[in-house]
Design a protein around this ligand. Sequence first.
Ligand SMILES: NC(=O)C1=CN([C@@H]2O[C@H](COP(=O)(O)OP(=O)(O)OC[C@H]3O[C@@H](n4cnc5c(N)ncnc54)[C@H](OP(=O)(O)O)[C@@H]3O)[C@@H](O)[C@H]2O)C=CC1
Ligand SMILES: Nc1nc(=O)c2c([nH]1)NC[C@@H]1CN(c3ccc(C(=O)N[C@@H](CCC(=O)O)C(=O)O)cc3)C=[N+]21
Length: 281
Amino acid sequence: MTAKPLSGKELAVAIRADVSARAARLAEAGFPPRLTVVTATEDESSAWYVSSIAKAAAKAGITCDVLDLGPDAGADNIRHTLRELSADPAVHGIIMQTPLPDGVRLDDVAEAIGIEKDVDGANPASLGRLAVGHPSFAPATAEAVIELLDHHAVPLSGSHTAVVGRSAVVGKPLAHLLLNRDATVTVCHSRTRDLPAITERADILVAAVGRAGLITPVHIGKDAVVIDVGTNATDDGLVGDVAPEATEVASALTPVPGGVGPVTTALLLRHTVQAAEQQCT
Ligand SMILES: NC(=O)C1=CN([C@@H]2O[C@H](COP(=O)(O)OP(=O)(O)OC[C@H]3O[C@@H](n4cnc5c(N)ncnc54)[C@H](OP(=O)(O)O)[C@@H]3O)[C@@H](O)[C@H]2O)C=CC1
Ligand SMILES: Nc1nc(=O)c2c([nH]1)NC[C@@H]1CN(c3ccc(C(=O)N[C@@H](CCC(=O)O)C(=O)O)cc3)C=[N+]21
């Protein structure tokens, strides 16, 4: 038996169609939606994502600026830039790309992003609101995992879900989103002892580490659903965190590419038109 592929492509197309219609309505009303991507890194995966956001935004009728502050940008410079963008009425959404320069923490600088423009949910206040179930933007990747599970009718309530990775962009917000959907969540990280003993008992396993091949068949319970968030650039192109042989054990598995990635990009654009609607109408 090989795992059923949980594609994100159809879902991403549907989300982007909705985004295009909403962006056109905003432009007709004189409020063309605008997203600014701030980067301060030379990370390959991040650079790929930035270019895919810009291309998808253009297709959807969203203006997208990329502000590259360079890999040596300091926290003060980044915060100042985010504060200026937050005060600019022509900018509706702001995303601070990770990774950041050494010594700069996302939660430190993202406090400078106005919560109404925090379309990737990086401001700690957004994460706090998400944790208690108040309206806020969740990071697009965390939300993409939930949307994919729903799209493929994977039941969440009562499921035991293991999330491997606890970053502010994926693991932590995703754990809260899953809790809000009545899953029983175990969050694993680099200090977790005997990882397979935990993950092989989960109905749903989410890998968000950034290490190609980390998740192998021993990590996966019989009939488990596996969501691979990992995007690792290798000589053979992009691969996830889940080893290819895992497809013999899992009941369903998201492909990389073609799984979480396209849905992430589409949701970031949906957050941007939603932010523009909230600010302009
Ligand atoms: N497809 C998409 O839309 C997106 C993909 N990504 C990809 O997802 C991956 C994770 O991204 P991100 O969350 O930003 O990465 P981070 O590097 O910020 O976090 C990685 C997490 O993995 C944990 N970890 C590291 N090694 C192990 C291990 N051996 N066992 C268990 N946990 C481990 C770390 O633990 P600790 O906290 O202890 O350090 C940390 O919590 C990357 O490949 C990234 O490119 C990210 C965003 C969107
Ligand atoms: N604040 C912040 N939020 C992020 O969500 C964020 C970030 N920083 N930093 C970098 C990572 C990486 N990331 C990806 C998103 C989509 C694809 C994607 O669409 N991938 C295509 C790959 C296409 C290809 O290369 O063939 C796919 O999976 O089909 C990849 C990587 C978001 N990130």
